[in-house]
Write a protein that binds this ligand. Sequence first.
Ligand code: GDP
Length: 309
Amino acid sequence: MDKEYVGFATLPNQLHRKSVKKGFDFTLMVAGESGLGKSTLIDSLFLTDLYKDRSLLDAQARVPRTLAIERRAVELEEGGVRVKLTVVDTPGFGDAVDNADCWVPIVDYIDQQFEQFFRDESGLNRKNITDGRVHCCLYFVSPFGHGLRPLDVAFLQAVQHKVNIVPVIGRADALTPREVGAMKEKIREQLEANAISIYQFPDCDSDEDEEFKAQDAELKRSIPFAVVGSNDIVRETKEKAFRGRAYPWGAVEVENPVHCDFLKLRTMLVRTHMQDLKEVTQELHYENYRAQCIQSLTRVGAPRPAPAA
Ligand code: GDP
């Protein structure tokens, strides 16, 4: 594996020594309509071939297919840090004729992980808990529509207080730079109008150097990330080969920041914000869940009000 590429070398800076030794669990969920390039992007991000066994189902097999959540694990290591990455895929999202409640299994999955962690944490073997909680949800928005569809809004509203949402525009090579800009603006407006809270990038410390601050501001401005994925290497000349998509009129370079936000997304996920995504999951989303659990437990245990005379 190309070490420069994945860039886990900087992880020790984010981590406490203990967790470096123990390894690092991280769970990334991908959701959105099928065909928006979710699996391709995941493979491109982590240089894996997590989906090599996937075969397209024939029409008959597709019809009764309900939403099946799949979990794939990959172990990555760099600079002495082991990252146990779990990718939770939600194939077929929004494929059915009636999509009214299609996100329910996803919400249930997130809750189940919280529940498992809550049980483990309250149990006897607290030291060896495997953290299956979803730390980040990459939500794919179609480049072919006009921003968020009602289904996107409904899904995001259902999960916003349970998981860190990072919205991305999939297959962004379908859009010109101007269209990308307009679509990003539209999505940001829609998120605000529908009061959807997505992952908030932490403010950077005032003592950071100017270059870092500029990078940080640029990262925040780029939301939702417009991404292109590919598992093909395009060889343009003898010297120049890159991961990209070749068209008769030219090639898109996945890792060229002028072409798309792939690098920004990858840097954010594996270099700069992995630890923060975990902390926000623990301190905000899991704490919400835990508080609700404890509240409902105390409600069950509370004396019943006396019947009215
Ligand atoms: P998923 O169903 O969301 O997991 O989508 P896939 O990753 O299976 O991709 C669906 C199709 O879109 C495949 O034919 C991919 O080759 C293609 N694809 C994936 N990413 C991109 C992209 O960034 N741009 C374009 N134009 N096509 C893509």
